[in-house]
Design a protein around this ligand. Structure first.
Ligand SMILES: Cc1cc2nc3c(=O)[nH]c(=O)nc-3n(C[C@H](O)[C@H](O)[C@H](O)COP(=O)(O)OP(=O)(O)OC[C@H]3O[C@@H](n4cnc5c(N)ncnc54)[C@H](O)[C@@H]3O)c2cc1C
Length: 424
Protein backbone atom coordinates (compact mmCIF):
# COMPACT_ATOMS: atom_id res chain seq x y z
CA UNK A 1 0.00 0.00 0.00
CA UNK A 2 1.37 3.45 -0.84
CA UNK A 3 1.71 5.90 2.00
CA UNK A 4 -0.76 8.80 2.09
CA UNK A 5 0.74 12.02 0.72
CA UNK A 6 -0.59 15.46 1.51
CA UNK A 7 -1.17 17.45 -1.66
CA UNK A 8 -2.01 20.84 -0.16
CA UNK A 9 -0.05 22.27 2.75
CA UNK A 10 -0.58 25.72 4.28
CA UNK A 11 1.92 27.50 6.46
CA UNK A 12 0.85 30.59 8.40
CA UNK A 13 3.74 33.03 8.72
CA UNK A 14 6.69 33.61 6.37
CA UNK A 15 9.27 34.21 9.11
CA UNK A 16 12.28 31.91 9.20
CA UNK A 17 10.35 29.14 10.97
CA UNK A 18 7.58 28.99 8.38
CA UNK A 19 10.11 29.08 5.53
CA UNK A 20 12.29 26.37 7.10
CA UNK A 21 9.24 24.12 7.61
CA UNK A 22 8.25 24.67 3.96
CA UNK A 23 11.78 23.75 2.86
CA UNK A 24 11.87 20.60 5.00
CA UNK A 25 8.40 19.36 3.96
CA UNK A 26 9.15 19.99 0.29
CA UNK A 27 12.19 17.74 0.59
CA UNK A 28 9.93 14.85 1.65
CA UNK A 29 6.85 15.57 -0.44
CA UNK A 30 8.22 16.96 -3.71
CA UNK A 31 4.82 17.11 -5.41
CA UNK A 32 3.00 18.80 -2.55
CA UNK A 33 1.68 22.30 -3.17
CA UNK A 34 2.93 24.41 -0.26
CA UNK A 35 1.56 27.90 0.36
CA UNK A 36 3.09 30.25 2.91
CA UNK A 37 0.63 32.93 4.04
CA UNK A 38 1.56 36.20 5.68
CA UNK A 39 -0.47 39.15 6.91
CA UNK A 40 2.20 41.48 5.52
CA UNK A 41 2.95 42.13 1.86
CA UNK A 42 6.64 41.34 2.36
CA UNK A 43 7.97 37.93 3.36
CA UNK A 44 10.39 36.87 6.10
CA UNK A 45 8.92 38.14 9.38
CA UNK A 46 11.49 39.32 11.89
CA UNK A 47 14.38 38.75 9.48
CA UNK A 48 13.11 41.79 7.60
CA UNK A 49 11.39 43.54 10.49
CA UNK A 50 13.30 42.68 13.70
CA UNK A 51 16.95 41.92 12.91
CA UNK A 52 18.81 45.24 13.12
CA UNK A 53 19.10 47.22 9.89
CA UNK A 54 22.90 47.31 10.18
CA UNK A 55 23.07 43.50 10.33
CA UNK A 56 22.51 42.80 6.64
CA UNK A 57 24.75 39.72 6.81
CA UNK A 58 22.08 38.11 9.05
CA UNK A 59 19.27 39.13 6.74
CA UNK A 60 21.08 37.49 3.80
CA UNK A 61 19.69 34.13 4.93
CA UNK A 62 16.53 35.01 3.01
CA UNK A 63 18.28 34.26 -0.30
CA UNK A 64 17.74 30.54 0.12
CA UNK A 65 14.03 31.14 0.69
CA UNK A 66 13.90 33.47 -2.32
CA UNK A 67 15.03 30.58 -4.49
CA UNK A 68 12.24 28.27 -3.27
CA UNK A 69 9.59 30.94 -3.90
CA UNK A 70 11.05 32.02 -7.23
CA UNK A 71 11.31 28.55 -8.73
CA UNK A 72 7.75 27.69 -7.74
CA UNK A 73 8.56 25.08 -5.10
CA UNK A 74 6.65 27.12 -2.57
CA UNK A 75 3.92 29.77 -3.07
CA UNK A 76 3.99 33.04 -1.15
CA UNK A 77 0.57 34.56 -0.38
CA UNK A 78 1.14 37.86 1.39
CA UNK A 79 -1.49 40.35 2.56
CA UNK A 80 -3.68 37.54 3.89
CA UNK A 81 -4.14 37.57 7.64
CA UNK A 82 -5.46 34.35 9.08
CA UNK A 83 -8.18 35.26 11.53
CA UNK A 84 -9.19 38.40 9.60
CA UNK A 85 -9.04 37.83 5.84
CA UNK A 86 -9.51 34.08 6.12
CA UNK A 87 -10.48 32.02 9.15
CA UNK A 88 -8.39 29.14 10.39
CA UNK A 89 -11.39 26.85 9.80
CA UNK A 90 -11.61 27.92 6.16
CA UNK A 91 -7.90 27.32 5.78
CA UNK A 92 -8.13 23.87 7.33
CA UNK A 93 -11.07 23.01 5.05
CA UNK A 94 -8.95 23.73 1.98
CA UNK A 95 -5.61 22.21 3.02
CA UNK A 96 -4.53 18.73 4.15
CA UNK A 97 -2.13 20.17 6.67
CA UNK A 98 -1.78 23.56 8.35
CA UNK A 99 1.39 24.64 10.15
CA UNK A 100 1.11 27.78 12.28
CA UNK A 101 4.35 29.78 12.40
CA UNK A 102 2.98 33.21 13.23
CA UNK A 103 5.65 34.03 15.82
CA UNK A 104 5.15 35.66 19.17
CA UNK A 105 6.97 38.86 19.70
CA UNK A 106 5.80 41.44 22.19
CA UNK A 107 8.17 43.15 24.60
CA UNK A 108 8.03 42.27 28.25
CA UNK A 109 7.18 45.65 29.76
CA UNK A 110 9.16 47.25 32.55
CA UNK A 111 6.99 47.02 35.65
CA UNK A 112 8.43 49.27 38.32
CA UNK A 113 6.59 52.31 39.72
CA UNK A 114 6.69 55.09 37.14
CA UNK A 115 7.24 52.83 34.17
CA UNK A 116 4.10 54.18 32.48
CA UNK A 117 5.57 57.68 32.36
CA UNK A 118 6.09 59.19 28.93
CA UNK A 119 9.60 58.43 27.72
CA UNK A 120 9.71 54.89 29.09
CA UNK A 121 9.76 52.86 25.88
CA UNK A 122 9.86 49.19 25.01
CA UNK A 123 12.71 48.49 22.59
CA UNK A 124 10.11 47.28 20.09
CA UNK A 125 8.96 50.86 19.45
CA UNK A 126 12.41 51.81 18.18
CA UNK A 127 12.99 48.54 16.39
CA UNK A 128 9.71 48.89 14.53
CA UNK A 129 10.44 52.50 13.56
CA UNK A 130 14.00 51.73 12.38
CA UNK A 131 12.86 48.67 10.44
CA UNK A 132 9.88 50.48 8.86
CA UNK A 133 7.35 47.98 10.15
CA UNK A 134 3.94 48.62 8.56
CA UNK A 135 0.48 47.53 9.75
CA UNK A 136 0.70 49.47 12.08
CA UNK A 137 3.61 51.83 11.41
CA UNK A 138 5.12 53.22 14.62
CA UNK A 139 6.72 56.68 14.43
CA UNK A 140 10.18 57.18 15.92
CA UNK A 141 9.78 58.41 19.48
CA UNK A 142 11.70 61.43 20.85
CA UNK A 143 14.84 60.21 22.63
CA UNK A 144 16.90 63.07 24.15
CA UNK A 145 20.51 63.26 25.30
CA UNK A 146 20.47 61.04 28.40
CA UNK A 147 19.27 57.52 27.82
CA UNK A 148 19.00 54.57 30.17
CA UNK A 149 18.83 51.13 28.54
CA UNK A 150 17.48 48.43 30.83
CA UNK A 151 18.73 44.95 29.92
CA UNK A 152 21.98 43.53 28.59
CA UNK A 153 20.89 40.89 26.10
CA UNK A 154 21.41 41.07 22.34
CA UNK A 155 18.42 43.35 21.77
CA UNK A 156 19.75 45.77 24.42
CA UNK A 157 23.09 45.77 22.60
CA UNK A 158 21.21 46.41 19.30
CA UNK A 159 19.75 49.46 21.07
CA UNK A 160 23.17 50.67 22.25
CA UNK A 161 24.59 50.29 18.73
CA UNK A 162 21.73 52.34 17.36
CA UNK A 163 22.18 55.05 20.01
CA UNK A 164 25.90 55.51 19.30
CA UNK A 165 26.10 55.13 15.54
CA UNK A 166 26.26 57.95 12.99
CA UNK A 167 24.65 58.07 9.53
CA UNK A 168 27.90 56.83 7.92
CA UNK A 169 27.78 53.66 10.02
CA UNK A 170 24.63 52.59 8.15
CA UNK A 171 26.29 52.24 4.74
CA UNK A 172 24.81 49.26 2.93
CA UNK A 173 21.85 49.02 5.32
CA UNK A 174 18.11 49.47 4.85
CA UNK A 175 17.48 51.57 7.96
CA UNK A 176 14.33 53.72 7.77
CA UNK A 177 15.77 57.14 6.85
CA UNK A 178 13.11 59.31 8.51
CA UNK A 179 13.45 57.48 11.83
CA UNK A 180 17.25 57.64 11.72
CA UNK A 181 17.37 61.32 10.67
CA UNK A 182 14.98 62.27 13.43
CA UNK A 183 17.19 60.59 16.00
CA UNK A 184 20.49 61.86 14.59
CA UNK A 185 19.23 65.46 14.62
CA UNK A 186 19.68 65.32 18.43
CA UNK A 187 21.42 62.08 19.36
CA UNK A 188 22.19 60.72 22.82
CA UNK A 189 25.27 62.01 24.60
CA UNK A 190 25.21 59.66 27.59
CA UNK A 191 23.87 56.12 27.56
CA UNK A 192 23.67 54.10 30.79
CA UNK A 193 23.07 50.39 30.40
CA UNK A 194 21.62 48.61 33.43
CA UNK A 195 22.09 44.88 33.69
CA UNK A 196 20.58 42.95 36.58
CA UNK A 197 23.23 40.24 36.19
CA UNK A 198 26.96 40.70 36.61
CA UNK A 199 28.93 40.65 33.35
CA UNK A 200 29.67 36.94 33.66
CA UNK A 201 26.00 35.95 33.39
CA UNK A 202 24.67 38.83 31.26
CA UNK A 203 22.88 37.57 28.16
CA UNK A 204 24.63 39.39 25.31
CA UNK A 205 26.76 37.38 22.90
CA UNK A 206 30.45 38.22 23.16
CA UNK A 207 30.54 39.01 19.42
CA UNK A 208 27.78 41.59 19.91
CA UNK A 209 29.78 43.30 22.67
CA UNK A 210 32.96 43.28 20.59
CA UNK A 211 31.14 44.83 17.65
CA UNK A 212 30.54 47.99 19.69
CA UNK A 213 34.28 48.72 19.53
CA UNK A 214 33.97 49.36 15.79
CA UNK A 215 31.91 52.51 16.31
CA UNK A 216 34.30 55.49 16.50
CA UNK A 217 34.01 58.37 18.93
CA UNK A 218 32.51 56.48 21.87
CA UNK A 219 33.94 56.28 25.39
CA UNK A 220 32.93 53.14 27.27
CA UNK A 221 33.13 52.67 31.04
CA UNK A 222 31.65 50.06 33.32
CA UNK A 223 31.00 48.95 36.88
CA UNK A 224 30.48 45.35 37.87
CA UNK A 225 29.55 43.37 40.96
CA UNK A 226 30.93 39.84 41.17
CA UNK A 227 33.65 38.74 38.75
CA UNK A 228 33.33 35.53 36.74
CA UNK A 229 34.54 32.30 38.32
CA UNK A 230 37.75 31.12 36.67
CA UNK A 231 36.02 28.03 35.22
CA UNK A 232 33.27 30.13 33.59
CA UNK A 233 35.01 30.46 30.22
CA UNK A 234 32.16 32.34 28.56
CA UNK A 235 31.79 34.71 31.51
CA UNK A 236 35.52 35.45 31.44
CA UNK A 237 35.35 36.14 27.67
CA UNK A 238 32.44 38.50 28.16
CA UNK A 239 34.34 40.33 30.90
CA UNK A 240 37.34 40.63 28.61
CA UNK A 241 35.15 42.04 25.85
CA UNK A 242 33.70 44.70 28.16
CA UNK A 243 37.15 45.53 29.55
CA UNK A 244 38.48 45.88 25.98
CA UNK A 245 35.77 48.46 25.26
CA UNK A 246 36.79 50.44 28.34
CA UNK A 247 40.45 50.26 27.23
CA UNK A 248 39.76 52.02 23.93
CA UNK A 249 41.49 55.38 23.76
CA UNK A 250 39.01 58.03 22.73
CA UNK A 251 39.75 61.76 22.76
CA UNK A 252 36.80 64.06 22.84
CA UNK A 253 34.04 61.41 22.60
CA UNK A 254 30.73 62.19 20.88
CA UNK A 255 28.91 59.94 23.28
CA UNK A 256 29.65 58.04 26.49
CA UNK A 257 28.30 54.60 27.32
CA UNK A 258 28.39 53.43 30.91
CA UNK A 259 27.52 49.79 31.65
CA UNK A 260 26.36 49.07 35.19
CA UNK A 261 26.27 45.34 35.88
CA UNK A 262 24.43 44.13 38.95
CA UNK A 263 22.02 47.07 38.85
CA UNK A 264 18.25 47.11 38.90
CA UNK A 265 15.83 49.97 38.41
CA UNK A 266 13.52 50.35 41.44
CA UNK A 267 11.35 53.21 40.17
CA UNK A 268 11.16 55.90 37.56
CA UNK A 269 10.14 59.43 38.48
CA UNK A 270 9.32 62.60 36.60
CA UNK A 271 6.64 65.20 36.10
CA UNK A 272 4.60 63.57 33.33
CA UNK A 273 7.75 62.43 31.54
CA UNK A 274 10.68 60.41 32.84
CA UNK A 275 13.36 62.49 34.60
CA UNK A 276 15.13 60.05 36.91
CA UNK A 277 15.74 56.35 37.30
CA UNK A 278 16.21 55.24 40.93
CA UNK A 279 18.18 52.04 41.33
CA UNK A 280 17.04 49.36 43.76
CA UNK A 281 20.44 47.70 43.53
CA UNK A 282 23.82 48.93 42.27
CA UNK A 283 27.51 48.05 42.55
CA UNK A 284 29.37 49.78 45.39
CA UNK A 285 30.28 53.36 44.61
CA UNK A 286 27.77 53.77 41.76
CA UNK A 287 25.20 56.57 41.93
CA UNK A 288 21.74 55.23 42.71
CA UNK A 289 19.87 57.95 40.85
CA UNK A 290 20.38 58.48 37.10
CA UNK A 291 18.99 61.45 35.23
CA UNK A 292 17.32 60.39 32.01
CA UNK A 293 15.29 61.79 29.14
CA UNK A 294 14.35 58.32 27.94
CA UNK A 295 14.37 54.80 29.34
CA UNK A 296 14.46 51.98 26.79
CA UNK A 297 13.63 48.57 28.20
CA UNK A 298 14.99 45.49 26.46
CA UNK A 299 14.21 42.86 29.07
CA UNK A 300 12.96 40.04 26.92
CA UNK A 301 9.64 39.12 25.39
CA UNK A 302 6.24 38.37 26.86
CA UNK A 303 5.46 34.67 26.34
CA UNK A 304 1.73 35.12 26.84
CA UNK A 305 1.14 38.42 25.08
CA UNK A 306 -2.14 38.21 23.19
CA UNK A 307 -2.47 39.02 19.53
CA UNK A 308 -0.42 36.41 17.74
CA UNK A 309 -3.08 33.72 17.69
CA UNK A 310 -6.33 35.67 17.55
CA UNK A 311 -7.23 33.20 14.79
CA UNK A 312 -7.57 30.41 17.37
CA UNK A 313 -8.36 31.71 20.86
CA UNK A 314 -9.53 28.27 21.96
CA UNK A 315 -6.18 26.54 21.35
CA UNK A 316 -3.57 26.34 24.12
CA UNK A 317 -0.38 27.97 22.81
CA UNK A 318 1.73 27.45 25.93
CA UNK A 319 5.31 26.75 24.80
CA UNK A 320 5.84 23.08 23.98
CA UNK A 321 8.49 20.78 22.56
CA UNK A 322 5.90 19.26 20.21
CA UNK A 323 4.59 20.73 16.98
CA UNK A 324 1.33 18.74 17.10
CA UNK A 325 -1.80 20.70 18.11
CA UNK A 326 -4.59 18.61 16.55
CA UNK A 327 -4.68 16.11 13.68
CA UNK A 328 -3.70 18.17 10.63
CA UNK A 329 -2.74 21.22 12.68
CA UNK A 330 0.84 21.95 13.82
CA UNK A 331 2.98 24.84 14.98
CA UNK A 332 6.62 25.82 14.68
CA UNK A 333 9.16 28.46 15.69
CA UNK A 334 8.54 31.04 18.37
CA UNK A 335 4.86 30.18 18.38
CA UNK A 336 5.84 26.68 19.45
CA UNK A 337 8.87 27.14 21.70
CA UNK A 338 8.27 30.64 23.03
CA UNK A 339 10.07 33.84 22.08
CA UNK A 340 13.71 32.85 22.44
CA UNK A 341 16.46 31.58 20.20
CA UNK A 342 18.01 32.97 17.06
CA UNK A 343 17.38 32.03 13.44
CA UNK A 344 19.58 28.87 13.42
CA UNK A 345 17.57 27.51 16.36
CA UNK A 346 14.43 27.88 14.25
CA UNK A 347 15.99 25.91 11.45
CA UNK A 348 16.67 22.96 13.76
CA UNK A 349 13.23 23.25 15.32
CA UNK A 350 11.46 23.44 11.96
CA UNK A 351 13.24 20.32 10.73
CA UNK A 352 12.01 18.51 13.86
CA UNK A 353 8.44 19.70 13.30
CA UNK A 354 8.59 18.52 9.69
CA UNK A 355 9.78 15.08 10.86
CA UNK A 356 6.94 14.97 13.38
CA UNK A 357 4.42 15.78 10.65
CA UNK A 358 5.80 13.16 8.27
CA UNK A 359 5.68 10.52 11.03
CA UNK A 360 2.11 11.49 11.96
CA UNK A 361 0.94 11.23 8.36
CA UNK A 362 2.60 7.84 8.02
CA UNK A 363 1.03 6.56 11.26
CA UNK A 364 -2.43 7.94 10.47
CA UNK A 365 -2.43 10.29 13.47
CA UNK A 366 -2.96 13.00 10.89
CA UNK A 367 -5.25 11.40 8.29
CA UNK A 368 -5.09 12.77 4.74
CA UNK A 369 -8.42 13.24 2.98
CA UNK A 370 -8.50 13.07 -0.79
CA UNK A 371 -10.85 15.92 -1.60
CA UNK A 372 -9.12 19.12 -0.48
CA UNK A 373 -8.91 21.86 -3.08
CA UNK A 374 -5.84 23.74 -1.79
CA UNK A 375 -5.07 27.35 -2.58
CA UNK A 376 -7.14 27.44 -5.78
CA UNK A 377 -10.25 26.54 -3.79
CA UNK A 378 -10.02 29.60 -1.52
CA UNK A 379 -12.66 32.29 -2.11
CA UNK A 380 -11.85 34.50 -5.11
CA UNK A 381 -11.85 37.69 -3.02
CA UNK A 382 -9.12 36.20 -0.79
CA UNK A 383 -6.96 35.17 -3.72
CA UNK A 384 -7.53 38.61 -5.28
CA UNK A 385 -5.98 40.37 -2.32
CA UNK A 386 -2.96 38.08 -2.14
CA UNK A 387 0.50 39.41 -2.90
CA UNK A 388 2.38 36.68 -4.76
CA UNK A 389 6.15 36.29 -4.71
CA UNK A 390 6.44 37.85 -8.18
CA UNK A 391 4.36 40.77 -6.95
CA UNK A 392 6.52 41.10 -3.84
CA UNK A 393 9.51 41.40 -6.17
CA UNK A 394 7.94 44.58 -7.57
CA UNK A 395 8.01 46.03 -4.05
CA UNK A 396 11.56 44.76 -3.65
CA UNK A 397 12.66 46.41 -6.89
CA UNK A 398 10.93 49.70 -6.06
CA UNK A 399 12.56 49.74 -2.62
CA UNK A 400 15.99 49.17 -4.13
CA UNK A 401 15.35 51.93 -6.70
CA UNK A 402 14.37 54.48 -4.10
CA UNK A 403 17.34 53.67 -1.80
CA UNK A 404 19.45 56.74 -1.11
CA UNK A 405 23.24 56.90 -1.35
CA UNK A 406 24.98 54.06 0.45
CA UNK A 407 21.74 52.23 1.25
CA UNK A 408 20.54 48.98 -0.25
CA UNK A 409 16.84 49.79 0.00
CA UNK A 410 14.37 52.29 1.31
CA UNK A 411 11.48 50.31 2.71
CA UNK A 412 7.91 51.37 2.24
CA UNK A 413 6.27 51.96 5.56
CA UNK A 414 2.65 52.07 4.41
CA UNK A 415 1.02 48.66 4.00
CA UNK A 416 -1.59 49.84 1.48
CA UNK A 417 1.10 51.50 -0.64
CA UNK A 418 3.05 48.24 -0.67
CA UNK A 419 -0.01 46.32 -1.82
CA UNK A 420 -0.69 48.94 -4.51
CA UNK A 421 2.89 48.65 -5.82
CA UNK A 422 2.63 44.84 -5.73
CA UNK A 423 -0.64 44.78 -7.63
CA UNK A 424 0.68 47.30 -10.15
C1 LIG B 1 14.36 42.69 17.81
C2 LIG B 1 14.85 41.32 17.39
C3 LIG B 1 16.11 41.21 16.83
C4 LIG B 1 16.58 39.94 16.47
N1 LIG B 1 17.82 39.85 15.92
C5 LIG B 1 18.29 38.64 15.56
C6 LIG B 1 19.58 38.51 14.94
O1 LIG B 1 20.30 39.48 14.75
N2 LIG B 1 19.97 37.25 14.57
C7 LIG B 1 19.18 36.14 14.76
O2 LIG B 1 19.58 35.02 14.40
N3 LIG B 1 17.97 36.23 15.34
C8 LIG B 1 17.50 37.45 15.73
N4 LIG B 1 16.27 37.55 16.32
C9 LIG B 1 15.49 36.32 16.53
C10 LIG B 1 14.72 35.92 15.27
O3 LIG B 1 14.15 37.04 14.67
C11 LIG B 1 13.67 34.87 15.64
O4 LIG B 1 14.34 33.73 16.13
C12 LIG B 1 12.79 34.45 14.45
O5 LIG B 1 12.41 35.53 13.64
C13 LIG B 1 11.54 33.72 14.91
O6 LIG B 1 10.95 33.21 13.73
P1 LIG B 1 9.41 32.86 13.54
O7 LIG B 1 9.29 32.47 12.11
O8 LIG B 1 9.00 31.90 14.58
O9 LIG B 1 8.61 34.23 13.82
P2 LIG B 1 8.59 35.60 13.03
O10 LIG B 1 9.90 35.92 12.44
O11 LIG B 1 7.99 36.58 13.99
O12 LIG B 1 7.57 35.37 11.82
C14 LIG B 1 6.19 35.29 12.02
C15 LIG B 1 5.46 35.70 10.74
O13 LIG B 1 4.07 35.41 10.88
C16 LIG B 1 3.31 36.46 10.32
N5 LIG B 1 1.97 36.43 10.94
C17 LIG B 1 1.66 36.69 12.23
N6 LIG B 1 0.33 36.53 12.43
C18 LIG B 1 -0.21 36.16 11.23
C19 LIG B 1 -1.54 35.85 10.81
N7 LIG B 1 -2.59 35.89 11.66
N8 LIG B 1 -1.75 35.54 9.50
C20 LIG B 1 -0.70 35.50 8.63
N9 LIG B 1 0.58 35.78 9.00
C21 LIG B 1 0.83 36.10 10.28
C22 LIG B 1 4.12 37.70 10.66
O14 LIG B 1 3.79 38.80 9.81
C23 LIG B 1 5.54 37.19 10.44
O15 LIG B 1 5.95 37.40 9.11
C24 LIG B 1 15.78 38.79 16.68
C25 LIG B 1 14.50 38.93 17.23
C26 LIG B 1 14.03 40.18 17.59
C27 LIG B 1 12.66 40.30 18.17
Amino acid sequence: MTEPTPRHIAIVGSGPSGCFVAQALKRTWKDAEITVFDRLAAPYGLIRYGVAADHQHTKAITRQFDRAFANGDVRFAGNIEIGSDLSLDELREAFDLVVLASGRWRDRMLSVPGSRLEGVLPSGDLINALNAVPRPAIPMPAIGERVVVVGAGNVAIDMVRFLIKTADDYAGSDVAPEALDQYLAAPAKRVTVLSRSPIASAKADVAMVRELAKVPGVRFTYANTSPAAADNALGVKREQAIAALADLEVDDPRVEVHFVFGAEPGRVTGDGRVEKVHLAAAPAGEPTVIEADTVISAIGFDVNAPGHWHYAEDIDFAPSEHGFLEPGLYRAGWLKRGPHGAIPANRADSVEVAKEIVADVASGRTPIADDRGGYESLPQHVRDRAVSFEQWLRIDTAEAKQAGDDRIRRKFIDHDEMVAVAHG
